[in-house]
Design a protein around this ligand. Sequence first.
Ligand SMILES: Nc1nc2c(ncn2[C@@H]2O[C@H](COP(=O)(O)OP(=O)(O)O)[C@@H](O)[C@H]2O)c(=O)[nH]1
Ligand SMILES: [Mg+2]
Length: 455
Amino acid sequence: MPDANSASGQSDTIAAIATPAGAGGLGVVRLSGPRAAAIARQLLPGCELHPWRLRQAWWREAGDGLRDQVLVAYFPAPRSYTAEDVVEISAHGAPVVLRRLLAACLERGARLAEAGEFTRRAFLNGRMDLVQAEAVRDLIAAQTVAQARNAARQMEGSLSRLVQPQKQELKELIARLEAGIDFADDDVSPPAAESIAAPLAAMRPRLERLAGSYREGRWLAQGALLAIIGRPNAGKSSLFNALLQRERALVSPLPGTTRDVITETLELAGVPVTLADTAGLRREGESLEVLGMAKSREMMAEADLVLAVFDLSQPLEHDDYELAARVRELPRAFAAANKCDLPAAWKAEELGLAAPAVSARTGEGLEALTASLGRRLRPDGEEDQLWITHQHQAQHLAAAAAALERAEAGLGLAVPHEALLVDLYAGLHELDALTGQTTVEDILGLIFSTFCIGK
Ligand SMILES: Nc1nc2c(ncn2[C@@H]2O[C@H](COP(=O)(O)OP(=O)(O)O)[C@@H](O)[C@H]2O)c(=O)[nH]1
Ligand SMILES: [Mg+2]
């Protein structure tokens, strides 16, 4: 491996507090760069740094200043997180101690790290690709086990490994086409169309599937909005409370009680879901209620999933049929027939919609309802299903698939191989951009600026 410090042109040494703000049992100050070890030795005189070993030491400020007993870990380049010399000093986690310790590092020549700069260096030094670097951030930000699991898989390089064979295959196709062109006058015959078409046709669906996983992957990463819609008094607020398992929204027998949209978050199938209780939809109402209804319609358009609630104990009305018609059009809508603890006033056929019976009062049918919502939010994939969680990753994958599709179409029309190559190179370029091989500096800046300091 080349000298890590010069490989990425990083000649300065960065430092940051790597643990969260606030008091804790321990706090870590992290250093990375050519002077990391020298700075640590200056701070902790007499402490011998041993590679990949913990050393105990006393840190003392000059004169009558602060002191603390610390543990020092030394990771020499290139076998460290950043591939540079890294030193981690664990002190007691008092914010004042950590701030002064960091200040002492800065006085000795380190520079305060920018957000994500440690991981950026790891990426620039080839320790990880861009997908893995982004997964580090996702793992740190994970709020549910499912989010953390997906991030950890990507951090291990699962996505990169999935894409690698396609890249290799593309490169081989390109090489064969190039050879056919370059040596056309010699004995090399151009590859047969079929020998190009078959691998392309095999590759494309895999890329499309991965790109398509962003639909649910986005929910996994950023959460989903689930709006509860229906006629006044259908039991929307009651269902909202039942799903949350607490009395959050006001419930009353008076139609039109809920005027504003109330939101709360819960976890469904590992996805953070914002549940929105809305004002009832009906044709007329007093002015405040009409405003509320406008908001409900907005919510319905905005929401990732819509739960339409119908009152099973009351005869269906015009508003119900209207809502049912909209639900049939919306692929992301679910229906529920509430109040199944009371005698039913209609049958599902009348609504023209599958609406499982539930009761917000007794809890009947709620488990099945949450299960089907959960399946929609995170369909059961294969055991090692990976979800694409960033839009730009999905875009690169989709663009790569589109380029291959163009090449396939070109093959069908027997276009010159030079033209095919343009598409194949475009596809390869997109896959390179996904893993960061061809990413331009300003995009890197955008990605790493969303990290926390110290990572
Ligand atoms: N029997 C029965 N009553 C319910 C059920 N869900 C809601 N209600 C009642 O229906 C009325 C309207 O409920 P609410 O949740 O405020 O409806 P919203 O206007 O759609 O938000 C209240 O009196 C609730 O107690 C249910 O499952 N069974
Ligand atoms: Mg309500």
